[in-house]
Write a protein that binds this ligand. Structure first.
Ligand code: ME8
Length: 646
């Protein structure tokens, strides 16, 4: 089996933003998923570098078009590794072989009589780089660019698109999966229910020189869409390249709804004119919006992928975009939304399942995967669910329903977390008679983790590589890289040694600091009755910045009278102050001396058991075997007390 997946080639009139990142992450995820299924995959992206808009952008920057396109194209190319996106081919429409292919195709279509010369006047939208019909306008303006199109009258070359209209309708009707989701298929069929006009495919060089000259008339350059769409063929070495032969029949294009018409109408009619088989599928997604408005470079309301990766980490960003957007519909971006998903789905659900399960294995079996065979309990809950999730996940991924695939995996995560609570491994561990049962419970948990490592790999490759190491499997192990060998139950070998890895989602823990801090402050505590629960909420960056964290050296420590829990610490940060900390059950005063800890330095003082506390010490709260523990957060390395923590 083979897959050829493409993204649009992006215009280089502006830098990449989240919209471009999303499409490209989807294509990368899909190609990784197909590889998981053992398929041969080719994933292509690239940049679209000719046309009015690019020439204008270059002029604005005071650069030649070539200098300008080289610069922006490399910004796109350099963005993809930051997003763990690994294309097999990055095509540029200024590549020599692409330009040759466009000219060859133009000549072929011209020779067979599908291109003719004519006078034309129409409404031209610079933003879309095409003539619009009256029907497409809203209040006289292009709905996508909010500008009135210009009335242009000139002689040009036309492609006989109308000749292929019926053939295209027949194909769409006979192949319900050709354009998905269905609403876009219906939109295209509705558009095709009216007679199709021919497509103007040239621009006179008097108006535009930044394009590929028509091979049969060099006073014209090729219309940018006719040039750009051909990238899907030229990138395969059409017509003679071996890649063309292996991949063209499997082509799946991925776009947003803004460029539906060029892909669902211009392109298939061009392919039919060339006498080639049509592409297999067109997958159409909606827009990322900011406050209800499409994120777009012309409006300027964009968020940059590199900044998002810096703030949230690459795998969190990939997970968020795929989980948050229902493929085909619009979605809204906000930092609140991404932090909420990180806190609940990643840190709480997945992160906790991983850390609790592996910690219990370390504690009860020395980190060695135990043999579940001795257990006689009829306990097929996790196994049955895992196998049903596996099927649902595969179907959803094949259908580009990434949010559904992830929902299915999170159902398994949620049930596995409950399985821990129901089976209480810490209680089983206290009873030697229950050893077989304990081993079965622990085995089931790490087997769920292995399956998750396999299935999440297309979405969060970096995290899954670490999860695989933690499970004692090599990154390339067929148990976590191939559905054929790993997509079953009970496959993790007994006796595998787990390895220690850092927390899966450390950034999220950082963001949880604030609510946890509030809870310990003494004032908030009265309101929060539920003991032992970490409050998880969303805070703004400003709120986070308002918290002054400092390194402090503990210079004295003693118990607070009449309290087992509270210790009175004298710290230097750099001035001396007293902080009362609820760590008496976990630390003896003398072992704290000289320790460099982290404190919140700007809390309002509170009185605890008659002692005034000027701040708070940070500690990690752990739950193990139903017991709670606090571990002070310390600093290693030469740090001066009082240094601020950024
Ligand atoms: O149209 N939400 O290039 P382009 C989701 N060069 N996706 C978005 C988005 C948003 N707000 N904004 C952009 C072109 N995209 C042509 C394509 S292909 C032969 C030529 C993504 O730079 C989405 O994939 O305007 C959309 O289709 C594409 O960027 C448009 O990129």
């Amino acid at each position: 089996m083979t897959t050829y997946i493409t993204t649009p080639i992006y215009y280089v009139n502006a830098e990449p933003h989240l919209g471009h990142a999303y499409t490209t992450i989807v294509a990368d995820t899909y190609s990784r998923f197909r590889r998981l299924q053992g398929e041969k995959v080719r994933f292509q992206t690239g940049t679209d570098e000719h046309g009015d808009k690019i020439a204008e952008a270059a002029t604005r920057e005071g650069l030649s078009p070539k200098e300008y396109v080289d610069r922006i194209s490399s910004l796109f190319r350099e963005t993809w590794p930051l997003l763990s996106v690994v294309p097999d081919n990055f095509i540029r429409t200024t590549d020599g072989h692409h330009m040759d292919t466009v000219q060859k195709i133009l000549q072929q279509v011209y020779d067979q009589g599908d291109i003719y010369f004519d006078e034309y006047s129409g409404l031209y939208c610079k933003g879309c780089e095409r003539f619009l019909t009256e029907k497409e306008l809203v209040d006289g303006k292009c709905p996508d660019h909010q500008i009135e199109p210009a009335e242009i009258s000139e002689q040009n070359y036309f492609f006989r698109m109308s000749r292929y209209q019926q053939q295209l309708i027949d194909h769409i009707e006979a192949n319900p999966e050709f354009i998905t989701p269905e609403r876009y298929r219906n939109e295209v069929l509705s558009f095709l229910s009216e007679p199709l006009e021919d497509l103007c495919i040239s621009r006179p060089t008097s108006r535009l020189t930044w394009g590929i000259p028509l091979p049969f008339d060099d006073s014209f350059v090729t219309y940018v869409w006719f040039d750009a769409l051909i990238n899907y063929l030229s990138g395969l070495g059409y017509p003679d390249g071996p890649e063309f032969k292996s991949y063209w029949g499997e082509a799946e294009h991925l776009i947003a709804k803004d460029i539906l018409k060029p892909h669902a109408i211009y392109w298939p009619t061009m392919i039919l004119s060339l006498g080639l088989p049509l592409y297999k599928k067109l997958h159409v997604h909606g827009y990322w919006n900011m406050d209800e408005t499409k994120m777009s470079k012309s409006i300027g309301n964009v968020v940059r992928p590199a900044e998002l990766v810096e703030a949230y980490g690459v795998d969190c960003l990939r997970y968020f975009t795929l989980r948050e957007m229902s493929f085909g519909l619009d979605a809204s971006f906000s930092s609140e939304a991404i932090v909420a998903r990180m806190n609940s789905d990643l840190a709480n659900d997945l992160g906790n399942l991983y850390s609790r399960s592996t910690a219990m294995l370390v504690k009860y079996t020395g980190g060695v995967v135990p043999d579940p065979a001795a257990d006689q309990t009829a306990d097929t809950l996790l196994e049955e669910l895992a196998l049903s999730v596996l099927t649902r996940y595969q179907e959803a991924m094949e259908d580009f329903q990434f949010h559904r695939a992830l929902q299915a995996l999170w159902e398994l995560i949620s049930v596995a977390n409950k399985y821990i609570v129901i089976n209480e491994p810490w209680a089983l561990a206290k009873d030697p008679v229950q050893e077989g049962r304990l081993h079965a419970v622990l085995y089931n948990l790490v087997e769920v983790l292995r399956l998750l490592t396999l299935l999440l790999q297309p979405v969060m490759p970096g995290t899954c590589a670490r999860m695989a190491i933690g499970l004692g499997l090599e990154g390339e192990s067929p148990l976590v890289t191939r559905l054929e060998s790993g997509g079953g139950w009970g496959l993790l070998p007994v006796g595998t040694h787990l390895q220690k890895i850092d927390a899966l989602f450390p950034r999220v823990e950082q963001k949880q600091v604030k609510p946890a801090v509030q809870k310990e402050s003494g004032q908030k505590k009265k309101k929060q009755k539920s003991k032992g629960q970490v409050a998880v909420g969303v805070i703004s960056f400003e709120q986070f910045q308002a918290v002054e964290l400092r390194v402090a050296e503990i210079v004295a420590a003693e118990p607070v009278k009449k309290s087992d829990r509270l210790l009175k610490l004298t710290v230097k940060a750099p001035e001396e102050r007293v902080i009362v900390a609820g760590i008496g059950e976990y630390y003896r005063p003398q072992e704290l001396l000289g320790m460099l800890v982290l404190i919140v330095a700007n809390l309002e003082p509170v009185s605890l058991m008659g002692v005034e506390s000027q701040g708070m010490v940070l500690a990690a709260k752990m739950e193990e075997g139903g017991e709670q523990r606090l571990v002070l957060s310390t600093v290693s390395g030469p740090v001066t007390p009082g240094s601020r923590v950024a």
